[in-house]
Write a protein that binds this ligand. Sequence first.
Ligand code: ADE
Length: 224
Amino acid sequence: MRIDIITVLPELLKSPFEASILKRAIDKGLVEIHFHNLRDYSSNRYKQVDDYQFGGGAGMVLMIEPIDKCISKLRSQRDYDEIIYLTPDGTTLNQSIANELSLKQNIIMLCGHYKGVDQRVRDVFVTKEVSIGDYVLSGGELAAAVLSDAIIRLLPGVLNDETSALTDTFQDDMLAPPVYTRPADYKGNKVPEVLTSGNFGKIEKWREQKAMERTSKLRPDLLK
Ligand code: ADE
């Protein structure tokens, strides 16, 4: 998979890809991440990429021309399956969107800033609009990092134990059951006995039951 991220703040985005699972995925060649600084596509000598909005009102808007130039250059090099605009008014990200996007080959992520992008960018280029939640960030960069992480950990070979993404919370529209590790007794707080019983049929049943209990208590909306 290849992800191209278009942003006015590439430096804000780099560090999440420089550690742990994402770094390992990149090092293993399972995903390529390319950052594109929108200012490099400005035709203005001040590298300006935003302007006042027509009709008046506070806040700057990212202009269509540099975005067009950047996207057109990328598209001349390869086909893209999706051009995703990160915006608080997009579809709220969930596990099924991450699953679906993890099957794509080439994705562009466009990070909004200030008041967002000129609407014509959304009309002409963007194929999917994604929000990471009902709150407003100062730009789409952190949202692009969140979306990338959610996608990349699903790529085959990224996680050590290939089955572990399958047992994630949300993967079956359920929260995951509780997990424990050593010691089995910590200051009188004991691990449920079934988990140390060695009876895997019983353990599986217990996990299903706990997942159901947790989901009905904490996220009953998932069961509907
Ligand atoms: N840009 C600003 N806020 C955002 C959000 N909640 N999700 C995605 N992109 C954003």
